[in-house]
Ligand binder design. Structure first.
Ligand code: ADP
Ligand code: MG
Length: 275
């Protein structure tokens, strides 16, 4: 399949109801070079509207690559992705993709309020349409627990608070999906734990579809409706775990037998794919 085909693609009937449809996606880095790396091979995954799905697996199994393909940061070598029936590129240009990475990447010379509003003004500045249903910067500050910090600058905030601001910035365009690549990896353990619950609260409120990369098994089980375990060389989906723990999930959820069983099972399979 060529890049053009992927751009023109519409959702196949089987994709109806899927917020994100990943079909036969293959990514080869350095194709044509001496030592091409097949980062992803024939990935198929459907993420339902409002679903929270985590990607987990050993380093190098292609988690970030898959997120890059979905977020239009790169084109796959083969296969296609549709988001709400449109191509990632169409969705990105329409400002419908919310991205959060390990680093908050806030603009140091702008206040937190202006950082949150930045993408909106960028999309408008490029003549794009901006969703009017999105929350205001003030509401978003409240939602992510930064009430009263709108006039501060990034360096005046802790790492956890900067990540909250990055989440608010991603939500500002009222995205169809939130794509998060190890968003809490740079935070200390306690902050990270708090952020997981904050994210769940925001997710319950907005019901965004979330594709979330983490290397923490506990975090994946706690947050997700499904956990996708990937295996490396080449990156493939090894197994998909349904996380049928009741919601809302609380710190006590982690003390339940159901939770421990899932983490243990995931751990066992992870060792299998690494051996
Ligand atoms: P993960 O996020 O699961 O750690 P990545 O998606 O970053 O995995 O990488 C998957 C594989 O692709 C790895 O073998 C990595 O070395 C390779 N890779 C990633 N980015 C590039 C690139 N820009 N050029 C060449 N190889 C790459
Ligand atoms: Mg990665």
């Amino acid at each position: 399949m060529t890049v053009m085909d992927a751009d023109r693609a519409v959702a196949a009937p089987a994709d109806v109801g899927a917020s994100i449809a990943i079909s036969n996606v293959t990514v080869v880095y350095g194709a044509g070079g001496t030592e091409p790396v097949t980062a992803l091979k024939n990935i198929n995954l459907q993420v339902k509207d409002g679903e929270f799905v985590s990607l987990i697996g050993p380093s190098g199994c292609g988690k970030s690559t898959l997120l890059k393909v979905v977020s239009d940061l790169m084109r796959p070598t083969g296969g296609q992705v549709t988001i709400a029936g449109a191509s990632p590129s169409q969705m990105r240009k329409a400002g419908r993709l919310g991205l959060v990475f390990q680093q908050a990447n806030l603009m140091p010379w702008l206040t937190i309020r202006r950082n949150i509003g930045l993408l909106k003004s960028l999309v408008k500045g490029h003549g794009g349409k901006v969703s009017t249903t999105g929350a205001s910067a003030e509401e978003l500050l409240d939602v992510v627990g930064l009430t009263g910090f709108g006039d501060k600058f990034p360096h005046q905030l802790s790492g956890g608070m900067q990540q909250r601001a990055a989440l608010a910035r991603a939500l500002a365009l009222d995205p169809a999906v939130l794509l998060m690549d190890e968003p809490f990896a740079a935070l200390d353990e306690i902050t990270r734990d708090r952020m997981a619950f904050e994210l769940m609260r925001v997710w319950q409120q907005y019901r965004k579809t979330v594709l979330f990369v983490t290397h923490s098994l506990g975090e994946a089980v706690l947050l997700s409706d499904r956990v996708v375990l990937m295996s490396p060389r080449p990156g493939r989906i090894h197994r998909v775990f349904e996380i049928d723990l009741p919601r809302p999930r609380t710190p006590e959820t982690r003390l339940t037998e159901g939770f421990s069983k899932l983490v243990l099972e995931l751990n066992r399979e992870l060792y299998e794919v690494m051996s």
